[in-house]
Design a protein around this ligand. Structure first.
Ligand SMILES: Cc1ncc(COP(=O)(O)O)c(C=O)c1O
Length: 495
């Protein structure tokens, strides 16, 4: 019978001399009533399903495998014929036999949140933050990983990032974000939170850094961990309240394209005010452009990085448009900041790993990234409308710009927020209350509501979750309806 085994190497003697062959993990039982070709095909199929053999792997020739396994070539040929017929393997003339994708559909990516109790059923995940993997073209993804593995390994890492990655990001910024950067301006990072911590580590220890409140708590954690003192600053419908930033901060972190989590963009007047104060008071502005590529209506406003290239560190990430598992982001910083970051990377041996950079560069240069972004915008734009309709059906309003992958639904107060989150969880849907995005501060707790992410689940699960959502929100007491703020966008709702 076939067993789970590691690959082994065998030396095969042929007419042309000795060849070393990688023998797939196969053990044949000559005493078994199961014919040897069937055992061999079973073993190769199992090795593929378990991942020991991967799509694209070249199988040894029938002659080499027969010699290595000490069976006749009829056995290996019959097994390969079976796998070719089933679609597990494919042949290219003169190039050999290759493992193909397993014919049954590949398992869908996990989209359900793990319930706290592991025996409880999984929840459909409507918390903000995850990317939409449903529209990611798996063939393009595999192609990019293969391309990323081409070429010999390099001896020395590039502290600034892979040249191909930096060029691809410069092009991406120009094309999708209107930021005129050249490759030399771009530094690879391992993502936004890590990049924020890196930038703060070159500020004096204990520096005060202003952050939006409500805001992205992972960045708050990264800042604290890097030794900064976090200063929460309120946000209104124009974005960060620039006048509320105390004078003694060293840096300001914000999400101007799409405030996280309330979903508004920062107004043009606030952008100008922020850059002006940063120049006058010597702050660095950390512009987190985490999902700036995802807008479904008007053109985006100019980036802070374009308005104030001398004071703004512009931060981008692949986490929302592709996947956080790539561990890839980028930054464009004023030259003195960039030089200090590079000096620190060289001094400490810290550098962003190259694999994810190469994959993103391959996706960009093949045109697959641009195609993916078009699909993603279409899909998320449609999903956003479904969410707004589900919220409107409950008599509430989903706030936020036509952008990104989440909306905010205001509720009357913290009790209503908790009630909605708990009722949704009891019906199989994971939601985030606004409380999870609040730090301490003058404005903490003045608003309540739920933040609805719509990228994670497959569309069919999203529809299921929205039925629950309408019913849970619809059970809110009448004060919730009265408490909602004046409508600035969204469909008409009954008074
Ligand atoms: C506001 C915000 N910024 C940045 C990110 C991405 O962070 P990273 O690049 O560290 O994965 C996210 C992801 O959820 C986010 O919500």
């Amino acid at each position: 019978m076939a067993n789970r085994l590691p690959f082994q190497q065998a030396t095969v003697v042929g007419a042309g001399g000795c060849t070393v062959v990688d023998v797939p993990p196969v053990l044949l039982d000559r005493t078994s009533p199961t014919p040897l070709p069937v055992q061999l095909a079973d073993a190769l199929r199992a090795a593929t399903a378990e991942g020991a053999l991967r799509p694209g792997d070249r199988l040894p020739s029938t002659r080499e495998l027969a010699a290595a396994l000490r069976v006749s070539r009829t056995v290996t040929s019959a097994a390969y014929d079976q796998l070719l017929a089933e679609g597990w393997a494919g042949g290219r003339r003169g190039a050999g036999t290759f493992v193909l994708d397993a014919p049954p559909a590949a398992p869908a990516p996990p989209s359900r949140a793990v319930a706290p109790d592991s025996t409880a059923p999984e929840l459909i995940d409507l918390r903000a933050g995850s990317p939409c993997l449903e529209v990611l073209d798996r063939t393009a993804w595999r192609r990019a990983w293969r391309a990323a593995g081409d070429g010999p390994p390099d001896r020395r890492p590039e502290p600034a990032g892979e040249p191909a990655f930096r060029s691809a990001v410069a092009e991406h910024l120009l094309r999708h974000r209107g930021l005129a950067a050249v490759p030399a301006d771009v530094l690879a990072t391992t993502g936004t939170s890590a990049a924020v911590a890196e930038v703060v580590s070159i500020l004096p220890r204990g520096s005060r850094v202003a952050v939006e409140n409500p805001g992205y708590q992972r960045v708050v954690g990264a800042l604290r961990d890097a030794g900064a003192e976090v200063v929460p600053v309120p946000v209104d419908s124009d974005g960060l309240v620039v006048d509320a930033v105390p004078a003694d901060v060293a840096a300001v972190y914000c999400t101007p394209a799409h405030q996280y989590p309330l979903g508004r963009r920062m107004s043009a007047a606030r952008r100008l005010a922020l850059v002006a104060r940063a120049r006058a008071e010597g702050w660095w502005v950390l512009e987190d452009d985490y999902d700036g590529e995802l807008r479904y209506d008007v053109a985006p406003l100019p980036l802070l990085g374009a308005l104030g290239p001398d004071v703004v560190v512009h931060l981008g990430t692949a986490s929302k448009i592709v996947s956080p598992t790539l561990g890839v982001g980028w930054l464009v910083a004023p030259p003195p900041v960039r030089d200090r970051l590079l000096e620190r990377r060289t001094r400490t041996g810290m550098r962003p790993p190259r694999a994810g950079q190469r994959v993103l560069a391959a996706l960009a240069t093949s045109g697959d990234l641009a195609r993916h972004l078009r699909r993603l915008r279409r899909e998320l734009g449609t999903r956003r409308e479904l969410v707004r309709a589900a919220v409107a059906a409950a008599g509430l309003v989903a706030e936020g710009d036509a952008a990104g992958a989440h909306v905010f639904v205001p509720l009357a107060g913290p009790q209503e927020e908790t009630a909605v989150v708990e009722a949704a969880a009891a019906h199989g849907v994971a939601l985030d209350g606004l409380a999870r995005h609040l730090g301490a501060g003058p404005d903490a707790g003045v608003r309540s509501g739920v933040v609805l992410g719509f990228a994670a689940p497959p569309r069919t699960e999203l529809r299921e979750a929205l039925i629950v959502l309408t019913s849970v929100l619809g059970e809110q007491p009448a004060e919730t309806l009265r408490a909602r703020p004046p409508r600035e966008d969204g469909p008409a709702v009954p008074a």
